[in-house]
Design a protein around this ligand. Structure first.
Ligand code: TXA
Ligand code: MG
Length: 309
C-alpha cells in the first residue's frame, strides 16, 4: 500500500475528509460512523441533511454487517457485481446512523472495484460514506483535477486515480421493500440485473434520493436536449451563442463542439468531463444531441435529461 493511501486512512480515522477515485466517479469520503465527520461532509458538499449517502466497503462481508438482514437477492447481486458499480439499498441495523441514512430505515451500500478505493477501504477497515465529490447538484467529478476545482481546500486529501472508467454514478437497486427496484440506472443495466433477480422500475412511492430530483448532475450553463433532426435548425437560429455536444462532425457555425462516441459506455465515460468543458466555454446555452431511445442508452439518457433540467 502506498504511503499516500496510508495517510488517507489516518485522515479518515481522525474525522477528516478524503476524496478518492472509484470506477464510477470520484467520491468525497468520511468515516460513516463519525457524526462530526459526517456533519463536515454534508457542509462541504452543500447537501441537505435529509439526503442519504452511500456507504463504501472493501468487501460484501463488511458491507452486509450494516444490514438488518441480508435478502437473498442482495447476496446474488453482490456475488455477481461486487466489487463494481452497483449500490444496494437494504434495511439498516444500528451501525447505520441517522446522519448517514438521512433518517430513513434503509442504508445504501457499495463495494467499489477501483484499486485505490479498494486499498483505502481495506486500510480504513470500516464504512466510508461517500457522495460524489462535487458540490450538491453539480456535475460529478471523474478526475482528481475536477475534485480540486470543485472542492479544493475544503478536502484534506485528494487521492489520484486517473480518469474514472465508468464515468457515471453507480446503478442503484432498492431491496428494502421486499422486491428489487431500480432507483438509478448505470453501467450495470436492467437487463444484466435481470439475469440475477427480477427488477421493477421505480414508482412515486420509492424512497427519496437526491439523484431523483429533477435538476441534478447539471452544468451551470443552461443545457437543452435536441433531437438529431432539429439540431441543424437550432444551430442556424442560435449560432455563436451555443456550444454543442453531438455525434456528428463539428459544424463551422459553432465555436465549441464536442463530438461524442456512438457507443453508450464510451459516451458515459466522457460525459461529465465534456459537460464541464462546454460549461467553461462561455456560451449561453449547451445544445445536446439526444441519444438513441434504445435500452443500452438508459443511463446516459437519465443523466442528460437531468443535466438539461
Ligand atoms: O457511483 C456512485 O454511487 C458514487 C461513488 C462515489 O460511489 N456515489 C454517488 O453518491 O453517486 P451520491 O451521494 O452522489 O448519490 C447517492 C445516491 C443519492 O441519490 C442518494 O439519495 C441515494 O444514492 N441513496 C443513498 N442511500 C439511500 C437510501 N438509504 N435510500 C434511497 N436512496 C439512497
Ligand atoms: Mg452526486
Amino acid at each position: 500500500m502506498s504511503p499516500e493511501v496510508r495517510r488517507a486512512a489516518e485522515i479518515l480515522r481522525a474525522g477528516g475528509l478524503v476524496a478518492f477515485p472509484t470506477e464510477t466517479v470520484y467520491g468525497l469520503g468520511a468515516d460513516a460512523s463519525n457524526a462530526a465527520a459526517m456533519a463536515r461532509l454534508y457542509r462541504v458538499k452543500g447537501r441537505p441533511a435529509e439526503h442519504p449517502v452511500i456507504v463504501h466497503f472493501a468487501s460484501a462481508e463488511e458491507a452486509f454487517k450494516w444490514a438488518k438482514e441480508v435478502p437473498h437477492a442482495a447476496r446474488m447481486l453482490a456475488a455477481r457485481f461486487w466489487p463494481g458499480p452497483l449500490t444496494l439499498i437494504v434495511e439498516r441495523n444500528d451501525r447505520a446512523k441517522d446522519f448517514v441514512t438521512g433518517g430513513q430505515p434503509s442504508v445504501g451500500i457499495r463495494v467499489p472495484s477501483h484499486p485505490v478505493a479498494q486499498q483505502l477501504l481495506k486500510a480504513f477497515g470500516g464504512g466510508v460514506a461517500a457522495p460524489s465529490a462535487n458540490r450538491f447538484g453539480h456535475v460529478s467529478p471523474t478526475t482528481a483535477a475536477h475534485v480540486r476545482g470543485d472542492l479544493g481546500a475544503e478536502v484534506d486529501l485528494v487521492l489520484e486515480g486517473g480518469a474514472s472508467e465508468v464515468g457515471i454514478e453507480s446503478t442503484i437497486v432498492d431491496l428494502s421493500g421486499g422486491s428489487a427496484v431500480l432507483l438509478r440506472p448505470g453501467r450495470i443495466s436492467k437487463a444484466e440485473l435481470e439475469q440475477v433477480v427480477e427488477v421493477r422500475e421505480k414508482t412515486a412511492a420509492s424512497p427519496r434520493h437526491s439523484g431523483g430530483l429533477e435538476k441534478h448532475y447539471a452544468p451551470r450553463t443552461p443545457a437543452r436536449l435536441v433531437p438529431t433532426h432539429l439540431l441543424d435548425q437550432e444551430i442556424a437560429r442560435l449560432g455563436d451563442k451555443v456550444a454543442v455536444l453531438a455525434f456528428s462532425r463539428p459544424d463551422e457555425r459553432v465555436d465549441f463542439w464536442l463530438r461524442m462516441p456512438r457507443e453508450p459506455q464510451e459516451y458515459a465515460q466522457r460525459l461529465y468531463a465534456a459537460l464541464r468543458e462546454l460549461d467553461g466555454s462561455g456560451c449561453e446555452l449547451i445544445l445536446v444531441e439526444a441519444p438513441p431511445e434504445a435500452p443500452e442508452w438508459a443511463a446516459v439518457r437519465d443523466r442528460l435529461t437531468r443535466a438539461c433540467g
